[in-house]
Every structure is written in C-alpha cells, then in structure tokens.
Design a protein around this ligand. Structure first.
Ligand code: UT7
Length: 322
C-alpha cells in the first residue's frame, strides 16, 4: 500500500520574543492572568522584514535538510495559512521560488488553526493517488499583523511562526507501516461569528482584525477535538494506550489538559509548546512536532497523533507512524 511517509521536520520563529511582562507595559493585562488562564509566558512577534513566506521558507529549508533530499525533487507544496503575504498569488508559490524548485504544484489552504491538518490531508490524498511523489506541507502565520493590539482578550493569546514537514509516497507493507495512517477533517460554518477576521478583499477591501468569543470557542474545542480523536482511533483500530505522543494545536494549556483528560492520555505524552510560542494558528502543530523530534522525544516508529481546531469552525486529527 502507498503511504505518505514523513522524511523530515523543520520550524522557524521570528527573532523577537515578547514576554507577558513586556506586553503588560502596553496592554491592560498581567503575567499572572495570562499564565493562569492560558499557560502562555512568551510569544515571538515578526519584525517588518519577517513575513509568512520568509518564516515558511526557513522552516521548509530545515525540513528539507533533515529529510536529506534536494529541494528540486519536491513536486507539491501545500501551505496552511490565514495570514498570506499577498491576497494572491498563494504564499506557497513564493516559498517554491525561494527554495529554487519549479514546475510542481504549489497552493495555500485556508483553514485557520486547522490549516496544517487540512494541508496534510490534501497532500496525503495527492501522494497516495499518485499525483505527486514528494510533498512539503507547511503551516506558517504572522497573526501579529491581524491582531487588535487594543483588545486584551485576543492580543495576548497569539504569536508568529512556521513549521514544515517533508512527505514521500512510499510502498509500505507489514503490520506496522510507516506514514499517515488516517486523517479526519471537519467544518461547521454556523460558528463563523465566534472566531473571525472583520475584513477581507470581497467585503471591506481591508485586511481586518481578529475577533473571538474565547469562552465559547473553548467549549466547542474540547468537545470537537475529543470526538475527532476517537474517530481516528476507531478508523485505525487503535486505542489511546497505543499512542506514543499527542501533538495538539497549541491554543491554551487548559484546552490541552482537558482534551488529554477526556482521552485518558497521560500529560507526559502530550507535547506542549504553548508556554513559549503562544497560539501560532496553522504553525502550531508542525512547530511543536519539530521541537519534539529535534529534542529526541519523538523517534522513528513512534505513533503520533496530531490535532487542531480553529476558525470556521474547522477541526481535524491525523495519526502518523514516524
Ligand atoms: O486557536 C483557535 C482556537 N482558540 C481558542 O482555542 C481559544 C479558546 N479560548 C480560550 O483560550 C479562553 O476562553 C481565553 C483564554 C480566551 C479566555 O479565558 P477565560 O477563562 O474563558 O476568560 P473569560 O473570557 O471568561 O474572561 C474572564 C475575565 C473577564 O473579566 P470579567 O468580565 O470577569 O470582569 C475578562 O475581561 O478576564 C478578563 N480578561 C483579561 N484580564 C486580564 C480577558 N482578557 C484578559 C487579559 N488580561 N488579557
């Protein structure tokens, strides 16, 4: 059976780190409130010369290096983002040019915080169907550019960054095939007004700012994530105890704890980076994955569950044997 096997991971963060204390100098908030309600202590904020495409390119270069391949062998780039460099063309095409590869497919996927999971699902389908052989799947965001820095209920929660993986279509057999074993994706457009940006090319002609009813998003996130994780386990005939690592979307430490608890997943098996990166939307899952791969926690053969939930609402989960 053809599977999408992960060859390498990479990530990138803007140079400038901003602590809660620094934020509290300009916003009516406190380190205590942010840590207690979210688990966030720090986030990275892009400087003017750092963009979604520059962060994505750096993450992609590291993933390509880790995979030990030539950039020119990549024939598919799928980039999840809600903060593209330009309304068009797709940021993926800018990354393709930066990497010096040409002629393959390159496009963006807009599913906000679930953007990486959606990009992964699309790339996996294209690899397994034979449309491509080697894919770069990226999540990259500069949410700092769409935050209302006078709204303390949202601006303290987000950060900028990028994560990337290289996938290759490979014939896998045996009881424990490597690669993506199952992906489930969902959307429910009825909840648009709980998490959205109040602008866009076709409505206001402006970029707009992020608006969120946090408490309601929180409630939906815990329920939806627990359900989609169960769906993936059912599809693969595996149980929570088979999973070596849960790499969740990093929105709030309390959401991560509640989801792990619902699944009976011990906290030691949950990769948590929200404290240092805050919520980096589509970048959060591949950023956390790369960190756990590079620090030696996640190793070849491990069963790793990825999950995310975000604006739309959109949500999903994917199980990978590394
Ligand atoms: O990635 C996409 C998915 N997004 C999420 O998953 C976010 C989900 N939601 C959350 O993480 C949480 O709901 C928040 C962190 C956004 C908020 O936590 P909460 O425990 O739900 O707090 P709350 O919204 O109920 O606010 C409690 C209080 C309010 O004051 P009053 O009305 O009780 O007097 C807020 O005005 O905290 C106040 N508050 C703040 N205080 C200091 C809100 N933001 C701040 C702040 N600093 N930054």
């Amino acid at each position: 059976m053809i599977r999408s096997v992960l060859l390498g991971t990479g990530s990138a963060l803007p140079r400038r780190a901003v602590s809660n204390a620094e934020l509290a100098e300009s916003v009516d908030t406190s380190d205590e409130w942010i840590v207690e309600r979210t688990g966030i202590s720090n986030r990275h904020i892009a400087e003017p010369d750092e963009t979604t495409s520059s962060l994505a390119t750096e993450a992609a270069q590291k993933a390509i290096e880790a995979a030990g391949i030539e950039a020119s062998s990549i024939d598919l780039i799928v980039l999840g983002t809600a903060t593209p460099d330009q309304t068009f063309p797709a940021t993926a095409t800018i990354v393709q040019n930066n990497l010096g590869c040409r002629g393959g497919m390159a496009f963006d996927v807009a599913a906000v915080c679930s953007g990486f999971l959606y990009a992964l699902g699309v790339a996996d389908s294209m690899l397994r169907s034979g449309m491509a052989k080697r894919a770069l799947v990226i999540g990259s965001e500069t949410f700092s550019r769409i935050l209302d820095w006078e709204d303390r209920t949202t601006c303290v929660l987000f950060g900028d960054g990028a994560g990337a993986i290289v996938l290759e279509a490979q014939e896998q057999s045996g009881d424990e095939p490597r690669g993506i074993l199952a992906t489930r994706l969902h959307a429910d457009g009825a909840h648009n007004q709980l998490l959205f940006v109040d602008g866009g090319p076709s409505t206001t002609g402006t970029v707009g700012k992020l608006r969120m009813k946090g408490r309601e998003v929180f409630r939906h996130a815990v329920v939806n994530l627990a359900e989609v994780l169960k769906e993936v386990l059912e599809e693969t005939g595996l149980t929570t105890s088979d999973i070596d690592w849960l790499v969740p979307h990093q929105a709030n430490a309390r959401i991560l704890d509640a989801t792990a608890k619902k699944l009976d997943m011990p906290a030691e098996k949950v990769v948590m980076t929200v404290g240092q990166h805050a919520n980096t939307s589509a970048a959060s899952v591949p950023l956390a994955l790369d960190q756990a791969v590079r620090d030696g926690r996640i190793v070849k053969g491990d069963l790793v569950m990825l999950e995310a939930m975000g604006g739309g609402f959109t949500w999903g989960a994917s199980l990978i044997r590394m």
